[in-house]
Design a binder for this molecule. Structure first.
Ligand SMILES: Nc1ncnc2c1ncn2[C@@H]1O[C@H](COP(=O)(O)OP(=O)(O)OP(=O)(O)O)[C@@H](O)[C@H]1O
Length: 316
């Protein structure tokens, strides 16, 4: 696409974005987005996380023009969605959650059709190069119906990149994709990012988000409840875990340490979650020892995104 002269600070900006799905039949009206403000910096790998039904797909579908917003502003690559929908579409490559592809085309044909749709001149098309990069080089001329689920998903990514958009949006890109293919997909995404593409992704795999994303927004019930650098988000959570392996198996947690935030794992280990700011590990260990538990081994773990996510999205 023709980039505007001045590169935007933000790839995507949302202001007061609202979506109300009208009541239909037995379905009640649903306020799916309740005034979302979000700034997605150009050049970031931005993770959009939230429990099922939080509003992530609604948000992505509005930005990509599949769902009409009820109120608010959407700005993509300095273009207003209401005023310049075509420029917005050209700035985005969108990989939807569901695989939707014509089974009677080959990957190469499918790429060429999409390129034609976006008006990419023949001389500028890079279909083969993109298919190659996604590990589909030897499947270029196979019918889509002959591809495995993981291959189809990678073809969706390839198609989204056909017009070389500066922003790539991936909605749950690795659901149902095996480990090896996931790795391959992420390698390609990282490569695109290194070349300057802004990446926005939703994922249920928090580990993946933690590894991939430099910024993360957490959405819950249609509202953004956190939006920060991944490191900052993790450091805000001063929770740690102390994992104690007892000398002998314990059937019940001793009364005197039940007051701690303690759990017994399936493997018999006792896991105490504590706040590093408030509690010293030595004090915990002393309490455990005094309760009669003989300690065979121990370890500590930092909080991960999973902990942050659970603590933020669990309703009190
Ligand atoms: N077309 C629709 N009509 C009515 N309600 C809808 C429609 N699409 C989504 N919703 C509702 O809006 C809310 C947000 O849904 P959305 O799909 O955006 O969530 P999500 O965070 O993407 O969830 P998931 O991770 O399960 O895809 C949900 O309560 C959902 O039931």
């Amino acid at each position: 696409m023709n980039s505007p002269e001045i590169l935007p600070d933000y790839a995507i900006q949302l202001k007061g974005l609202q979506k109300i799905y009208a009541a239909k039949g037995k379905m009640e009206e649903k306020h799916a987005l309740k005034g979302v403000n979000l700034n997605i910096p150009r050049g970031s790998i931005f993770g959009l996380l939230g429990p099922n039904g939080a509003g992530k797909s609604t948000l992505i579908n509005i930005v990509s023009g599949l769902v009409n917003k009820t109120a608010g502003e959407v700005n993509v690559w300095n273009y207003d969605l209401d005023k310049n929908p075509r420029e917005v579409a050209a700035a985005l490559g969108v990989v939807p959650q569901e695989i939707n592809m014509d089974p009677f085309f080959t990957p190469r044909e499918s790429m060429e059709l999409t390129a034609g749709f976006f008006g990419v001149p023949k001389g500028e098309r890079r279909s083969d190069e993109i298919l190659e990069a996604l590990g589909l080089g030897d499947k270029k001329d196979a019918y889509v119906r002959q591809l495995s689920g993981g291959m189809k998903r990678r073809l969706m990514v390839a198609k989204a990149m056909v017009h070389a958009p500066p922003i790539l949006i991936l909605d749950e890109p690795t659901a149902g994709v095996d480990v090896e293919l996931r790795r391959q997909l992420w390698e390609y995404v990282k490569e695109l990012h290194a070349r300057g593409t802004t990446i926005v992704l939703t994922t249920h795999y928090l580990e993946e988000a933690q590894e991939m994303c430099d910024q993360i927004a957490i959405i819950n019930h249609g509202e953004v409840i956190a939006c920060e650098g991944t490191e900052t988000l993790l450091s805000r959570m001063d929770r740690k875990k102390l994992i104690v392996q007892p000398e002998e198996a314990i059937s019940n947690i001793p009364e005197s340490i039940k007051g701690l935030n303690i759990e017994r794992r399936i493997d018999g280990a006792l896991v105490v979650t504590y706040r590093a700011n408030e509690t010293r590990v030595m004090d915990l260990l002393n309490q455990i020892r005094e309760s009669g538990v003989r300690i065979k081994d121990l370890a500590t773990e930092e909080a991960d995104l999973e902990d942050v996510f659970v603590s933020m999205t669990t309703d009190a």
